[in-house]
Design a binder for this molecule. Structure first.
Ligand SMILES: [Zn+2]
Length: 321
């Protein structure tokens, strides 16, 4: 008490008429220099400054700071407002399949700079840089794994690799995955996130649209289910091919889904776009997708749908037909 009073008196005396809350920040020992306000800026109430960078992430929707560990534990979903942050393909697979059940396919397949594309940086340099920074070979991981008791052919895209763009490798890996699904009698699940076809591969990337859809047609002819999950953002060539032709199409909350961007559409049609245009919620209302599923519920919902969509097939297998 005595000490507090002493501090207050001391502060008032030192700072004169300046409006600084007394006794909140004790003046530093060398306060006789007259610069008593300076140290307060670096310490005192501003605790955020003492926290090392990289531990917190600011949520772009609610602007709250979320502890990174908490964000990871919550599958990269803001615990305060349920904003879905981007999640890597590996983290996604980890969150969906049973432990150690995932067998990756074509893990070493890499893109070739077939057009010898030159821009600000060459395609070859870009590929190398992204392979280093993401620890991925390309923008999709494919393989066979188990979700509950169901074996599935699972493909998961990763936006951090060149904007999840679909080049020859993405198309080929997905096609092989779908063909493996058809051959083994497995449902296919593809979780998309993409800016569209990969411009560095020109027409070769556009051909992937037809190739993946053809493989899915054969898969469908074998009466096998295909579930497409759209995550933020799923656009352009990917949305115009395999992402939009699922037997069941799910989306994550708030995901931007569409072909061309809203600005291009607005300029082309010269019309005002309705609020919420190209969001998952808007598309659900207009019948383009079947449901919106929060990330934390995706595994249990997929289990439920897989059970429902494969029941006839399991019956046939059970009676040996
Ligand atoms: Zn938030």
């Amino acid at each position: 008490m005595d000490k507090d009073m002493g501090t207050t008196t001391f502060t008032k005396k030192t700072l004169g008429l300046e409006t600084v809350e007394p006794a909140v920040t004790p003046p530093p020992p060398n306060s006789e220099t007259g610069f008593t306000k300076k140290p307060k800026l670096g310490g005192g109430k501003s605790r955020k400054r003492e926290i090392p960078e990289g531990l917190w992430t600011k949520c772009p929707k609610c602007a709250n700071l979320v502890f990174d560990k908490e964000l990871d534990e919550n599958l990269k979903v803001c615990p305060k407002c349920q904003y879905h942050f981007p999640i890597s393909a590996r983290e996604r697979i980890h969150s969906l399949v049973e432990t150690c059940s995932f067998e990756e396919m074509d893990a070493q397949m890499i893109s070739v700079d077939i057009l010898q594309f030159r821009g600000v940086a060459s395609y070859k340099d870009k590929l190398e840089a992204y392979q280093r920074s993401t620890n991925l070979k390309d923008a999709v991981i494919t393989g066979i794994g188990k979700i509950a008791e169901f074996r599935v052919a699972l493909g998961v895209m990763d936006f951090s690799f060149l904007g999840g763009s679909m080049g020859s490798v993405v198309g080929e890996k997905l096609t092989r995955l779908i063909e493996a699904g058809t051959e083994k009698g497995l449902p296919v699940i593809i979780i998309s996130t993409s800016g569209g076809a990969r411009m560095y591969e020109g027409m070769f990337s556009l051909m992937q649209m037809a190739k993946t859809c053809a493989a899915l047609a054969y898969h469908g002819r074998a009466k096998l289910p295909y579930i497409s999950v759209l995550t933020h953002p799923t656009t352009a060539g990917v949305m115009a091919s395999y992402a939009s032709i699922g037997d069941l199409i799910l989306a994550e909350p708030g995901a931007m889904i569409g072909f061309a961007g809203p600005r291009v559409i607005k300029d082309t049609t010269q019309a005002e776009l309705p609020p919420g245009f190209q969001t998952a919620e808007f598309l659900l209302e207009h019948g383009l997708i079947d449901d919106i599923v929060a990330r934390k519920d995706l595994k249990t919902r997929l289990e439920c749908y897989l059970d429902f969509m494969t029941v006839d097939r399991r019956k046939l297998v059970a009676i040996g037909a």
